[in-house]
Design a protein around this ligand. Structure first.
Ligand SMILES: [Zn+2]
Length: 80
């Protein structure tokens, strides 16, 4: 059995993925917010700007952008 460490809360969990089942819902919520923000803003926002405007921590933003499954590869923004 393999344990993963949650990227959000740091707890250990058994299922696959970056975050524990508890945090998957929070991730999904923030990814929605992020997508909405990106649709309504210029594509040249910096991580800091996005974080300020969405309330999502920079750490989580980096994680979302790193994973192409979260943000559709068609509309990947340019991160400065
Ligand atoms: Zn967690």
């Amino acid at each position: 059995m393999q344990f993963n460490r949650c990227s959000r809360c740091g707890c250990f969990f058994v299922s696959s993925g970056d975050v524990c089942p508890n945090c998957q819902q929070k991730d999904a919520y923030e990814i929605n917010q992020l997508k909405n923000y990106l649709e309504n803003s210029s594509m040249n926002s910096s991580i800091q700007e996005i974080s300020l405007n969405t309330g999502i921590t920079e750490k989580n933003l980096h994680r979302f952008f790193k994973d192409d499954n979260f943000i559709g590869s068609d509309n990947n923004p340019t991160i400065l």
